[in-house]
Ligand binder design. Structure first.
Ligand SMILES: Cc1cc2nc3c(=O)[nH]c(=O)nc-3n(C[C@H](O)[C@H](O)[C@H](O)COP(=O)(O)OP(=O)(O)OC[C@H]3O[C@@H](n4cnc5c(N)ncnc54)[C@H](O)[C@@H]3O)c2cc1C
Length: 409
């Protein structure tokens, strides 16, 4: 995929500058050696351009050449090998989702007969973290360091990773479906001409063709679709935190580290990171909670979330919610569990007055123990529950809290 300005045809009219939704086009003086009329010509900043084609449609002079390889040309699949996991780090610490993906990646690599590799980007201090990646199954670590990679920002991360991918040709790349991973995956996929399936809930390998099977909810969560990338490589997928469990390996591989310094010129970076400010309003960390008490429309009233908070506090847990309660404005969206909320996998998930629609279940069904309280004995939540209590949540929760407080003494 590529885009370029045909200087002999560009008249410097600036229509494309106005049409670009991403401010990726600016005007420069026509290079002395370039043929054509007009003193100025358009220039495209490839770090910002998304190849959307809006400029091509706006140009009256056919002066923009956009080549999108959307299926015409097959790549030689045999050139691609190994499973890569993007080892997301924040403030120098590798995030749990990377270990979860490595744990799942071991099975995929074994089925493909290839190596499991982690790719870690950061400044030179990030090297201290490498051993953790071997503990979770990486057989090789690509270490990409540069001062501009200390904190995530889109352009240098995309550029560095695209350089490594083009050079080493992995067949599969897995990233966490975090805010950062989603941003990077989409950019990288476009840059390297790869297929990308976002928010997968299961991964596997097709036994015959060895393609990655990428399963995710489709059509509003009413069906689960399994997607394959048949003709392009790498195959890229994002997976939310807590979809897979992390498990350290018994015998970590010895440190096979490939070091790589990308070409990043500060002058090319249109976005500068000036300061990082923590969002103080996000107090609930559902993804890391070991016990979650979640409320649905069955609690009847927003004030009844206090009752759930009390139970959660007694257990040392956090409060979750169904989307129905979030949509009704009973509780903030930070608490939402499910397809359009957070995916959680605590040791204990207590669903209070939640019906158990599929969109909720995909966000919590991998919890170790699920306790459901619902007055309807046929509520679908009971199909995934380890223990079910049929009854009025407004009576049962206060009783539970009282009993637990007594037990705690
Ligand atoms: C594209 C899409 C994405 C979605 N994403 C999400 C998501 O991320 N998360 C999510 O949760 N939903 C999501 N939904 C919505 C989902 O389909 C359901 O509508 C929602 O989960 C229902 O919430 P609920 O169980 O609280 O309410 P309801 O379905 O109304 O269920 C209430 C339950 O409470 C029980 N009940 C009532 N009174 C009592 C009582 N006194 N004691 C005990 N039980 C009682 C009832 O029997 C019932 O089972 C999504 C929907 C779509 C289309």
């Amino acid at each position: 995929m590529s885009i370029k300005i045909l200087l002999d045809k560009c008249t410097g009219c600036t229509l494309c500058v106005k049409a670009c939704p991403f401010a990726a086009i600016s005007m420069i003086d026509r290079p002395a050696e370039a043929p054509g009329k007009g003193k100025r010509v358009a220039q495209i900043n490839l770090d910002v351009c998304t190849l959307c084609g809006a400029c091509v449609a706006s140009c009256k002079f056919n002066a923009i050449d956009l080549k999108k390889d959307l299926g015409g040309v097959d790549v030689d699949l045999s050139h691609y090998k190994d499973v890569w996991v993007f080892a997301e780090q924040r403030e120098g610490k590798i995030q749990s989702v990377a270990y979860e993906l490595l744990s799942e990646g071991q099975k995929l690599a074994a089925e493909c007969g290839s190596q499991l590799c982690a790719v870690l980007l950061g400044d030179e201090k990030i090297e201290e973290e490498i051993d953790h990646l071997f503990k979770y199954g990486a057989q090789k670590v690509y270490l990409i360091t540069h001062p501009e990679l200390k904190h995530y920002h889109t352009a240098p991360y995309t550029r560095a990773l695209a350089e490594a991918v083009t050079k080493h040709k992995p067949e599969i790349i897995l990233l966490g479906a975090t805010t950062l991973g989603r941003d990077l995956a989409a950019r990288l996929a476009i840059r390297v001409g790869a297929g990308l399936t976002a928010d997968c809930t299961a991964l596997g390998i097709d036994p015959d063709k060895k393609n990655l099977l990428q399963t995710r909810p489709a059509f509003g969560g009413n069906i689960m679709a399994t997607i394959q990338t048949l003709r392009h490589r790498p195959q890229m997928a994002t997976v939310r935190p807590k979809v897979f469990k992390k498990s350290p390996v018994a015998k970590p591989a010895a440190g096979n580290v490939v070091k790589f310094t990308p070409v990043i010129d500060e002058k090319d970076l249109v976005v500068k990171l000036l300061e990082i400010i923590q969002d103080e309003s996000v107090k609930v960390n559902l993804a890391e909670a070991e016990i979650i008490v979640s409320g649905g429309r069955g609690i009847g009233d927003p004030k009844n979330f206090h009752m759930l908070e009390e139970l959660a506090q007694t257990l040392g847990g956090a409060v979750g919610a169904s989307r129905a309660t979030v949509d009704a404005g009973w509780i903030s969206a930070h608490h939402q569990v499910g397809q359009t909320g957070k995916t959680v996998s605590p040791k204990i998930y207590i669903a209070c007055g939640i019906s158990g629609k599929i969109q909720h279940l995909v966000g919590m069904q991998s919890s170790d123990t699920i306790i459901a309280i619902n007055k309807d004995p046929d509520a679908p939540i009971f199909k995934v529950a380890t223990y079910g209590i049929v009854g009025d949540v407004l009576e049962i929760v206060p009783l539970l809290t009282k009993k637990l407080k007594e037990l705690k003494g």
